[in-house]
Design a protein around this ligand. Structure first.
Ligand SMILES: NC(=O)c1ccc[n+]([C@@H]2O[C@H](COP(=O)([O-])OP(=O)(O)OC[C@H]3O[C@@H](n4cnc5c(N)ncnc54)[C@H](O)[C@@H]3O)[C@@H](O)[C@H]2O)c1
Length: 382
């Protein structure tokens, strides 16, 4: 299968407007719908195909089955000059997260460092969105969230921890900030779904099966993960030899920060499924930390120094066969430059999802340049 068969390209505005209208159609107030669509399109702009418009259907389904609420009523539970604890009351994760990061930044601007914790929330999309909010306001940003159980602790085969991104953003004097935005698992479910669609085997070491072996049949992995018969491995992979225990510990720290200050769920309680198989709220937790470098030094000197540091890393002697040493955030910056011209590749599965939602919400004003049968579900979902 070639890219040409699999993908159709759509421009940013069309996707953003469609997603915003879908959220509005599901009862999300207009301003919040714009926030949700903005978080998703930022992922598409940055080339992170696993978390952009391809995830619209996931939120659509969760809203449809009332597992999460379209109207996000935020309650401040506890606040100090430098910290705030927010209850998202099972609303939209993106709306709660954007508000929380902005509060952390505002506090950092006043007292040097600010931190916000959110409980009773839902999937918030790419963590990098919130780190970027901080860098755009000349702050360092850190964030993480817990998520559905996927990672097995080192020496276990049981999915316990979410893919728990631990994400950092630092302002620089480059054309883009340093944004290290990734999961604490070795890979994520979305990548295995992509491999399954292309009939490719998963990379050995990404997944451990219930017998402790490396599983590679991507379609089987997707089914087995639902039954807890397969788990993602932490950063570093299976066992301790390549440092799997270090990824396991980072994932655990994110879980602690996301759940232990509040009433947010932890570990397998984040499954979103109750004892009798019914859908229940996820009650996820997130954390956000903003630091204002100007509390320590002149902001432009800081950006020059972080820029110099990255220039030295990028100029390091290359591995034979490699033609570029990247710094975090660079690939996403390059993807954005490219996608401004090409648009966003929409896979066959996402095309089906768009058409199904368009039909159900009567959004026929969106005249997409694809026409696929959206009435049947396939092995990897819609
Ligand atoms: N909300 C959630 O529950 C959740 C859970 C997991 C992941 N996510 C999101 O999924 C997205 C993808 O996560 P992922 O784990 O697949 O990320 P990934 O493995 O694709 O890594 C991406 C990060 O690594 C950097 N990077 C890539 N190649 C590099 C290189 N050669 N040198 C230096 N840096 C390099 C990128 O700039 C980027 O910061 C992230 O945006 C993350 O926030 C969200």
């Amino acid at each position: 299968m070639t890219d040409k068969d699999e993908f159709v390209y759509l421009d940013f505005d069309t996707i953003f407007n469609f997603m915003k209208d879908v959220f509005i159609g599901m009862g999300v107030p207009e301003e919040d719908a714009a926030t949700c669509a903005d978080v998703l399109i930022e992922s598409d702009k940055r080339g992170i195909d696993s978390h952009g418009c391809s995830r619209l259907f996931m939120y659509y389904v969760r809203l449809q089955r009332k597992q999460q609420l379209p109207v996000t009523k935020l309650t401040i539970v506890k606040e100090t000059p430098g910290t705030v604890r927010i209850n998202a009351n099972n609303g939209m994760g993106q709306v709660a997260a954007k508000k929380a990061m902005q509060m952390a930044i505002d506090k950092a601007k006043k007292v040097g460092i600010g931190m916000a914790i959110v409980e009773n929330s839902n999937h918030y999309g790419i963590a990098g969105y919130y780190a970027l909010m901080a860098t755009k306001q000349d702050c360092i940003g850190m964030t993480g969230t817990n998520a559905r159980p996927s990672i097995a602790p080192t020496w276990s085969v049981e999915p316990m921890l979410g893919t728990n991104p631990f994400t950092f953003g630092v302002p620089t004097d480059w054309d883009f900030p340093w944004i290290a935005d990734h999961a604490t698992s070795i890979t994520q479910r979305g990548k295995i779904e992509t491999y399954a669609r292309l009939n490719k085997d998963a990379v050995k070491g990404w997944v451990i099966d219930e017998n402790g072996n490396a599983a590679t049949d991507s379609k089987k992995i997707l089914l087995d993960m639902l039954d807890f018969k397969a788990a993602l491995t932490p950063l570093g992979g299976i066992g301790e030899e390549l440092g799997g225990h270090k990824g396991y510990n980072y994932a655990t720290f994110v879980e602690i920060m996301s759940s232990c200050f509040t009433q947010a769920n932890m570990l397998q309680a984040c499954l979103g499924i109750g004892k009798n198989g019914e859908f229940v709220p996820y009650n996820l937790g997130h954390f956000f930390i903003a630091m204002d470098p100007s509390a320590f030094c002149d902001i432009n000197e800081f950006k020059k120094k972080t820029g110099d540091l990255l220039r030295q890393l990028a100029a390091a002697k290359k591995q034979p066969g490699a033609n570029h040493v990247y710094v975090a955030g660079e690939k996403e910056f390059l993807a954005f430059e490219e996608r401004k011209k090409s648009g966003v590749p929409i896979s066959k599965v996402t095309q089906k999802q768009f058409l199904k939602i368009r039909h159900e919400l009567k959004l026929e004003k969106y005249d997409f340049p694809f026409d696929v049968d959206f009435t049947k579900e396939d092995a990897t979902g819609w």
